[in-house]
Design a binder for this molecule. Structure first.
Ligand code: SAJ
Length: 427
């Protein structure tokens, strides 16, 4: 059975590319978002987020009449929920709970337009049990329809979890090529969801339960977080032991069964630094390693800041007559990872902000943005070119390993005060 209309709820970094890719397969897609600015932008054929190739796909989909956006849900045969699931941090007991309020709001928004035979898929990365909660919210709002939690295979509405797994910067390609884990609340729910994803996915669609699919996504990101934490911990150990961590990792990785990731300025973005907390929150007694990895990675920006302070203190001792404000620190990169312009949850941005609070003059080199974010502008930071920074800065902090910096490694090697958080100089 085909789908006449597919609706995507939440037109952000995952929802909009997903909607556009379905539309590019000549499916009728209705995108829904509470943000009327985003809706208007999309309906003009433009995009409100940055992702390579997305502009072309959205422009074509809208102008060919396959994609339109609205703020109010409309009837459809399949609903894909791709809304944020941030965490709420309790500062007093250091717990991090998933905030499911966006999923709840989306469930209640689509409930009135649901009809018998519809499929609802939760794509948002969620703690184990969230798909069942979503089903319960919809069932409460629509007592006239039957749902899998009470009616199993006989239910009117099919519900599944199919976590998004695409890498920012490669979303359009990975949406099509990656395998998908599809966890239905019943086997028939999975079957219907596979029919939907088969319309766009060239990878395998692997069927499991909703709870296992939820945990699979969290596990992938926790695995990466733990492995990055190992690299970050090595970097601080090696600093103390006066060993190059970059050389060390390159040597260790020559072992056929060792593959250590790269240390950096910390772990940023909306995914890897968030999702492991959902496991920790569900199983605080058991998830000891996962929690420690989070703490190790969250501490890394402070450690990098301390290395910058060491350099400033050294300069101050050498030139006590120069006031702090006369000392220039250049921060190379403020994006959350290399070769993108995304500043969300960026450890490098956090470090630059804290350097500005030290009272020195801060220059930012970020080849992927036109303007500095408001907080750095307010702190009188300047957006400069790499050459300007290298000519003027007393301390250079390499915070993101953008490809654009590679050509200047020679100049950086001759600078007397470089804090290299990402191993640019050891390439
Ligand atoms: N990082 C390091 N060292 C490394 C690799 C990464 O410090 O060796 C840092 C990056 O600089 C960045 C952070 O980790 O600050 C995260 O970057 P990333 O490239 O590892 O991952 P994301 O957050 O862009 O995307 C991840 C992906 N998950 C996995 O690779 C397991 C992606 O497939 C998911 O879809 C995405 O999370 C998501 O939406 O959950």
């Amino acid at each position: 059975m085909s789908f006449n209309t597919i609706s995507v709820i939440g037109l952000g970094y995952i929802g909009l590319p997903t909607a556009a890719v379905f539309a590019s397969r000549k499916q009728q897609v209705i995108g829904v978002d509470v943000d009327s600015h985003a809706v208007e932008t999309i309906n003009r054929g433009d995009i409100h987020i940055v992702e390579p190739e997305l502009d072309i796909v959205v422009h074509a989909a809208v102008h060919e009449g396959y994609l339109r956006a609205t703020t109010e849900p409309e009837p459809a045969d399949a609903f894909l929920v791709a809304v944020p699931t941030p965490f709420v941090q309790d500062e007093t007991d250091d717990t991090h709970k998933a905030d499911l309020s966006y999923i709840r709001a989306a469930s209640l928004a689509i409930a009135p337009v649901l009809k018998r035979g519809d499929l609802v898929v939760l794509e948002s990365t969620s703690p184990v049990g969230a798909t069942e909660e979503m089903a319960a919210w919809m069932a409460e709002a629509r007592p006239d329809l039957s749902f899998p939690q009470t009616h199993g295979e006989a239910s009117d509405i099919r519900i599944a979890h199919c976590p998004e797994r695409v890498l920012p910067g490669h979303v359009i390609r990975e949406l099509v090529e990656n395998d998908r884990v599809i966890g239905g609340m019943t086997p028939k729910c999975s079957e219907r969801a596979v029919e939907l994803y088969r319309l766009i996915v060239h990878g395998d669609c692997i069927v499991t339960t909703a709870r296992t699919a939820e945990m699979a996504k969290l596990t992938e990101n926790a695995f990466r977080d733990v492995n990055i934490a190992f690299a970050n911990e090595l970097s601080t150990i090696c600093h103390k032991l006066e060993i190059s961590v970059w050389e060390l990792i390159a040597l260790a990785n020559r072992h056929p069964r060792v593959n250590i990731l790269q240390p950096g300025a910390g772990v940023g973005g909306h995914c890897i630094s968030v999702d492991p907390w959902f496991i920790v929150d569900s199983c605080p007694e058991e998830a000891r390693l996962i929690k420690t990895a989070r703490l190790v990675n969250d501490h890394k920006p402070q450690w990098v800041l301390d290395r910058i302070k060491d350099q400033l203190d050294r300069l101050h001792q050498q030139q006590p007559e120069r006031p702090r404000a006369a000392l220039k620190v250049a921060c190379l990169g403020i994006a959350f990872k290399p070769d993108i312009d995304d500043l969300r949850e960026s450890p490098a941005l956090g470090i630059a902000t804290q350097v500005a609070q030290l009272g020195c003059t801060v220059q930012i080199v970020e080849p992927h943005i036109e303007d500095l974010p408001a907080n750095l502008q307010a702190a009188n930071c300047q957006l400069v070119t790499l050459d300007e920074a290298l000519a003027q800065a007393d301390v250079v902090a390499v915070l993101v390993r953008h490809s654009a910096f590679s050509d200047s490694v020679g100049k950086l090697l001759t600078h007397s005060a470089v804090v290299d958080a990402v191993g640019l100089l050891d390439a």
